[in-house]
Design a binder for this molecule. Structure first.
Ligand code: PHE
Length: 339
């Protein structure tokens, strides 16, 4: 009896069918009243009592197997039938909606691209940073207001661990591990504790550049920035540098470009001045070089930093900063062609 059951099991497992009729024929052969399984059930009465348990279990297994296999064959045949019915190989495919790159990514890539053509290599670093890399190594005095709770997000219960408020921390990390010549471009997200509005957000994006070598001068800085502005905003773009202050650069400047929205004529975007500010820059303060293990008597360097949102606004005139982080696909779809 057990032998018979095992034989049937093997037979059932190997069953094949290609049409619904064939499946039905198999069902009748194995599972109907007069089918092979019921015949075995009849024999079961003659099994000696001590074997009933074992044989009964095997019979049940066989029954489940047969039912499953026949159901499976029925499903397969059904799928093949529907696929066959309306398979139209000449039909045009469904349009696949492709995503777009985020406008900030598009502009970041463009900025990085321009500087990599000038020999800058990409450097990235952590967004959760320590005070040293964000502030102390950048020559911020202990009581500098930027360290204030107003600007800096602290990781709870760790006064030393913060969300970086500028990407200068990446420069510190590059300097501590490398000796000049250093020429890096550092894009990334930064955080500042600001109330969210159309003009401010608690996170935004920056790209900073750093070049350190022998005899690097302010002229080099100015020429590189002019080239950048013209590559980014067109060959007629003019730049001007205004003296400014940053703890990590000396001398420091802010750079304006001729307003690319009105071409310098004056409009509401440039507040009718014809100029818009796009970045901060300067010669790396010798104190920063020393703090990061670079000999300031042998080397000089320049650094610059810009907000990607600002550059994007100039290119695409996005009026509300919040749109960059809302993920509204109607907004993002506007950038399909810029991808
Ligand atoms: N780190 C400055 C900021 O976040 C930008 C900057 C970088 C300015 C390098 C000068 C030189 O505002």
């Amino acid at each position: 009896m057990i032998e018979k059951i095992e034989k049937l099991k093997a037979e059932v497992a190997a069953l094949q069918a290609h049409t619904a009729d064939e499946v039905e024929a198999l069902r009748i052969k194995y599972l109907s009243k007069k089918g092979a399984l019921n015949e075995l059930m009849a024999d079961f009465r003659n099994v000696p009592a001590e074997l009933k348990k074992e044989v009964g279990m095997k019979l049940n297994e066989l029954k489940t197997l047969a039912q499953d296999r026949i159901n499976e064959l029925r499903d397969n045949v059904a799928v093949e039938a529907t696929a066959g019915d309306d398979l139209d190989l000449t039909r045009t495919p469904y349009p696949i909606p492709l995503g777009t790159r985020h406008p900030l990514t598009i502009v970041k890539n463009e900025i990085v691209d321009i500087f990599s053509r000038l020999g800058f290599i990409l450097a990235e670093g952590p967004e959760v940073e320590d005070d040293w890399h964000v502030y102390s190594s950048m020559n911020f005095a202990d009581d500098h207001p930027a360290r204030d709770m107003q600007d800096t997000f602290f990781v709870e219960s760790h006064p030393d661990i913060i969300l970086r408020s500028h990407t200068s921390s990446v420069q510190a990390r590059v300097m501590e591990r490398n000796q000049p010549p250093i020429r890096v471009i550092c894009p990334g997200r930064v955080y500042r504790n600001e109330a969210i509005s159309a003009r401010a957000h608690c996170f935004f994006h920056q790209v900073e550049g750093l070049y350190i070598d022998k005899n690097v001068s302010f002229t080099d800085l100015k020429q590189v920035l002019l080239l950048f502005a013209q590559e980014m905003f067109g060959p007629d773009t003019k730049i001007r540098l205004r003296p400014s202050y940053f703890p990590f650069t000396e001398p420091s400047a802010e750079m304006d470009i001729s307003c690319n929205i009105c071409g310098g004529e004056g409009c509401s975007f440039c507040k009718h001045t014809g100029w818009v500010e796009i970045l901060g820059c300067g010669m790396v303060d010798p104190a920063v070089l020393e703090a990061n293990g670079i000999d300031s008597k042998e080397y000089t360097g320049y650094a610059f930093g810009m907000g990607i949102e600002r550059i994007t606004n100039l290119k695409y005139q996005v009026k509300d900063l919040r749109m960059f982080s809302e993920n509204d696909t109607r907004f993002l779809d506007e950038f399909v062609s810029a991808n």
